[in-house]
Ligand binder design. Structure first.
Ligand code: 5GP
Length: 189
């Protein structure tokens, strides 16, 4: 048996981390998926305590000040997101298989404090597919698209910092590979 330990899933913007972690939440109840605190307002259908703990900027300040966050970051230059140290510690103490789905800045912070964790990079199948996902919506200006692609290049360059890479060619496949890396058995289909 592989010793259960904390796994961090990170990767470039728009690679589909959220889709993979939603799939894991729905199909692998044995995985304990961390619920982050965020200052971002909820989107329609998002539930406080399930998708995020939606907090005010003052509440987030207090979490930072009181050392309650294992890591935190400003994502997309706007809202703050952070992992609650205590809930993660409790899940680990219970022997649960813990997954954090966070951005690259957060993953680097966890590496500082928990170098023994399992770091998994979620990669796009190809650069072209990534460009398609990033610019595909057609809602950004040409300048914004250029900016996003520049960011994506920098983010892709972080791959060697990780222990493993999972290619997101399909959500089922990526989720199965991720749970295997977490020492669990993938679903039989
Ligand atoms: P969204 O607002 O679309 O739910 O998430 C935006 C980004 O925030 C995603 O890249 C996600 O990985 C990242 N994120 C979510 N929770 C955390 C967290 O606790 N810490 C960090 N550093 N990033 C997070």
């Amino acid at each position: 048996m592989t010793q259960p330990r904390l796994t961090v899933l990170a990767g470039p913007t728009a690679v589909g981390k959220g889709t993979v972690s939603t799939y894991i939440r729905d199909n692998y109840p044995e995985v304990w998926l961390s619920v982050s605190a965020t200052t971002r307002p909820p989107r329609p259908g998002e539930v406080h305590g399930l998708h995020y703990f939606f907090v005010s900027t003052d509440e987030f300040d207090a979490l930072v000040r009181d050392g309650e966050l294992l890591e935190w970051a400003v994502v997309h230059g706007r809202n703050r997101y952070g992992t609650l140290r205590r809930t993660v510690q409790e899940a680990m103490d219970e022997g649960r298989t813990v997954l954090l789905e966070i951005d690259l800045q957060g993953a680097r912070q966890v590496k500082e404090s928990m170098p023994e964790a399992n770091f998994v990079f979620l990669a796009p199948p190809t650069w072209d597919e990534m460009v398609r996902r990033l610019v595909g919506r057609g809602t950004e200006t040409a300048d914004e698209q250029r900016q996003r692609l520049e960011t994506a290049k920098l983010e892709l360059a972080a791959e060697p910092e990780f222990d493993h890479t999972v290619v997101n060619d399909s959500v089922e496949h990526a989720a199965d590979e991720l749970v295997s890396l977490m020492g669990l058995r993938p679903l039989q289909r």
